[in-house]
Design a protein around this ligand. Structure first.
Ligand SMILES: O=P(O)(O)OC[C@H]1O[C@](O)(COP(=O)(O)O)[C@@H](O)[C@@H]1O
Ligand SMILES: [Mg+2]
Ligand SMILES: [Mg+2]
Length: 323
């Protein structure tokens, strides 16, 4: 089976980017091991501290964040890091050529129930003019990403990765510790009968999504004349992996509860990297008003409404916005 290295070379990734990706994944392998230890290693449960999002941090949020910071900070490739668990950017090497944004542990609410969790990351060039502690350099649209991916800590540890030449899936071979290519050039089915959304938020949604989801649930008896099934892993990394594997539409839409916060998911280290993977696999990634990867960020922890998945189904969903 092909190794990650040779696929990245085949996709034309520059050597330094390949070395950076390998360094980041070395951190993810350590997280995979710590996660698999669970209660044996005392890594389950919450801490007493809150992150900049106002969420109580899980022990694994803090552990994963520290592992990735320690792994990347002195690598020499990275100028600065932005992380879900860090209020400000983390300065690294002044002559580093890359910026890395990551969600060290996605699906935190799943840690205690031994369910799917993961790490999500995106990589962009660091502007020459930038000082390592300057957050403004991260305020680039997603179209500027040079690589993105996630590592899914599930029954097997899997990697989904793109450098802009298709989306590929890899499986961690725990016998020799390398990621091996298990599915090249993923193509998401354009049509689907599977949707994912947290319906407990329904009363807070805007009218277009209310109507769109109502029509999905109406199934063959409704205007879509087709039955739909629902799934919700409560970990974006798990829901998006399912979409890459068999199609579907994943939604975390605008929510009227607090109009200043237009969604739950964060642009830099959740929505953008997933949008890059989905688009490179032939799917669509929208905020409802436009392409996620064209959103111009105004701050590093900015949130966006998120609609991702099978091309024709996302298009059908967007028609409700036009109506
Ligand atoms: O609790 P809800 O509304 O189901 O939200 C689940 C969503 O929140 C998240 O867990 C947020 O990510 P974090 O766990 O990294 O904070 C997503 O992975 C997931 O899609
Ligand atoms: Mg997350
Ligand atoms: Mg997280």
């Amino acid at each position: 089976m092909k190794r990650l290295n040779s696929q990245l070379q085949q996709d034309g990734a520059p050597l330094e980017l390949i070395l950076l990706i390998r360094t980041l994944l070395a951190g993810c392998k350590e997280i995979s091991f710590r996660v698999s230890q669970g209660a044996l290693a005392g890594v389950l449960g919450s801490t007493l501290s809150e992150n900049v999002q106002g969420e109580t941090q899980k022990k694994l949020d803090v552990i994963s964040n520290q592992i990735l910071k320690d792994t990347l900070r002195d690598s020499g490739y990275v100028k600065a890091i932005s992380s879900e668990e860090e209020e400000d950017v983390v300065p690294c090497s002044a002559d580093g050529n890359y910026l890395v944004s990551f969600d060290p542990l996605d699906g935190s609410s799943n840690t205690e129930i031994n369910s799917l969790i993961g790490t999500i990351f995106s990589i962009a060039h660091a502007p020459q003019w930038m000082k390592p502690d300057d957050p403004s350099a991260f305020l680039q649209p997603g179209t500027q990403m040079v690589a993105a991916g996630y590592v899914l800590y599930g029954p097997s540890t899997m990697l989904a990765m793109t450098t802009g030449r298709g989306t590929h899936l890899y499986t961690l071979d725990k016998t020799h510790g390398g990621f091996l290519l298990t599915q090249a050039n993923v193509k998401i089915p354009e049509q689907t009968s599977e949707f994912a959304i947290n319906t407990s938020n329904q009363r807070h949604w805007e009218a277009p999504i209310q109507q769109y989801v109502a029509d999905l649930i109406a199934g063959a008896d409704g205007p879509r004349k087709k039955d739909y099934n629902m799934r919700w892993v409560a970990a974006m990394v798990g829901d998006i992996h399912r979409v890459l594997c068999r199609g579907g539409i994943f939604m975390y839409p605008f929510d009227k509860r607090n109009p200043k916060i237009p969604g739950k998911l964060r642009l830099l280290y959740e929505a953008n990297p997933m949008a890059f993977l989905i688009e490179q696999a032939g799917g669509l990634a929208s905020t409802g008003e436009g392409r996620i990867m064209e959103v111009m960020p105004s701050e590093i922890h900015q949130r966006v409404p998120t609609l991702l998945g099978s091309k024709e189904e996302v298009e059908s969903c967007l028609e409700y916005y036009v109506k």
